[in-house]
Design a protein around this ligand. Structure first.
Ligand SMILES: [Cu+2]
Length: 80
């Protein structure tokens, strides 16, 4: 789920391969990119052509509008 708490500010999420190191990550090839979503909003972003199973164990993500908004994501199995 994608949650944007900033009124009037558009953000999105771009998921890419993780390059560099975990201390100095850099984005690789783009795997999926959401539309721009203006806050305040919380919506599900569904990539039609990418499933969780398609992602590597860890990946890089950032906001197309604000490249300094970035981090590393991990797929975790649902419990139960
Ligand atoms: Cu942003």
């Amino acid at each position: 789920m994608f949650e944007n708490l900033e009124p009037q500010i558009p953000h999105n999420v771009v998921i890419t391969l993780l390059e560099g190191t975990e201390d100095a990550p850099t984005p690789g090839a783009v795997l999926a990119e959401s539309t721009l979503i203006s806050g305040v909003s919380s919506e599900y972003f569904v990539a039609e052509d990418v499933s969780w199973d398609d992602l590597p164990e860890t990946w890089y993500f950032f906001c197309r509008v604000h490249a300094n908004m970035n981090g590393i994501g991990t797929v975790v199995a649902a419990e139960g």
